[in-house]
Design a protein around this ligand. Structure first.
Ligand code: 13P
Length: 364
């Protein structure tokens, strides 16, 4: 069922922010068997991804790509909400419907990435901080008027060789807390995303220790600012070995480390935790999501908010060509379906093998 405020008219959408609206958005985003599609790649990121497939990154190509994703038939069966980049929030579907309105009609909650990317955290070894607080209050009002119901702010932390530093944890936690507080004041549900990068050769244990410190820092800052924990969603990575670590942890160890880390650092009042894929392959991310959701005995709802792990095949199959749109949509729907099943602990890699022969192929 589509919550009333999400299916509401634009005049209601532009009305005064209410707590009920935020609660409805939280429930809709965390609906059973669904997860969030992260389609909020910044311009440099989408340029890079398109370049891999020899697709020119023009505004119209980006619109065509994003709207092909959103118009995949019955996407709302498995996708509860979509994180948009600012450019897409203002774009229209092929029939002229504004993207946020189209998503609401299909039962998906429109959200928006509101940070303005990363800057070096001066004096620290390769560490970064997120910018975008300047002018954010005004922008939040505007995003809400345009139909957004939730927001995302990503900060990035590195693990290994003594990182992350306490100073960088604190800097990023304070930024996330301001963003979360202001979003709630504007009637928007914040997706609080401290991403611990997979880059590096750190061990699973280092990732667990680093992620636990980061999350504890974030929740301390949220408490200090008086952010309402029931009206936010945490977006974080699974606890995994660094990308170039020679001893890659098994799925079972990833499950145990992830749940132990969350249990030690995320208060029970938080209604849901959504995982980013962080550079894991599509199958790997789904398999691990399944393992974690199966074993979860924590108080929070767990689901996905994948970017690359939902879109990689779809983007490759599309390849910038009109004649591949249906096949790309089918690839996205399959991936969304498998991830939806994974949130219920009902996914098996056998499903992938069974579909291999019938998977859509790209026309050149
Ligand atoms: P990935 O799943 O590709 O990591 O992207 C999710 C996201 O929103 C990163 O900010």
């Amino acid at each position: 069922m589509i919550p009333s405020s999400i299916n509401s008219s634009d005049s209601r959408a532009a009305g005064a922010p209410s707590i009920a609206d935020m609660q409805e958005a939280v429930s809709a985003l965390l609906a059973n068997g669904k997860g969030i599609l992260a389609a909020d790649e910044s311009l440099p990121s989408i340029d890079r991804l398109f370049a891999l497939h020899h697709i020119e990154s023009t505004e119209e190509n980006r619109r065509m790509y994003r709207t092909l994703l959103f118009s995949s038939p019955e996407l709302g069966r498995r996708i509860s909400g979509v994180i948009l980049f600012e450019e897409t929030l203002r774009q229209r579907m092929n029939d002229g419907t504004p993207v946020p309105m189209y998503l609401r009609r299909c039962g998906m909650v429109p959200g928006i990435k509101v940070d303005r990317g990363l800057l070096p955290f001066t004096g620290m070894d390769g560490e970064q901080r997120t910018e975008g607080l300047g002018g954010l209050l005004e922008r939040l009002e505007e995003y809400r008027r345009s139909g957004a119901r939730f927001t995302k702010w990503r900060s990035v932390l590195r693990v290994g060789n003594g990182l992350p530093s306490d100073a960088c944890i604190r800097e990023n936690a304070v930024g996330l807390a301001s963003f979360a507080l202001w979003s709630q004041e504007a009637g928007l549900v914040p997706l609080v995303e401290p991403e611990v990068l997979m880059d590096g050769d750190h061990s699973l244990e280092e990732c667990e220790a680093g992620t636990t410190r980061v999350l504890k820092g974030v929740f301390a800052a949220l408490a200090e600012r008086g952010v309402n924990l029931q009206r936010l969603i945490l977006k974080t990575g699974m606890v995994v070995s660094g990308r170039t670590c020679l001893n890659q942890a098994s799925d079972l160890l990833v499950t145990e480390a992830t749940l132990r880390c969350l249990g030690r650092s995320v208060p029970a009042a938080v209604p849901g935790i959504v995982f980013l894929s962080g550079g894991q392959g599509e199958v790997e991310a789904t398999r691990r999501l399944d393992g974690i959701c199966r074993a979860n005995t924590g108080p929070w709802k767990l689901t996905f908010s994948f970017g690359r792990a939902l879109q990689s095949t779809a983007m490759r199959v599309w390849g910038g060509r009109q004649e591949n749109i249906a096949a790309a949509q089918q690839a996205l729907l399959l991936r969304a379906d498998w991830n939806g099943l994974a949130t219920e602990g009902r996914y098996s890699t056998l499903m992938e093998r069974e579909r291999l022969g019938s998977l859509p192929s790209r026309k050149h």
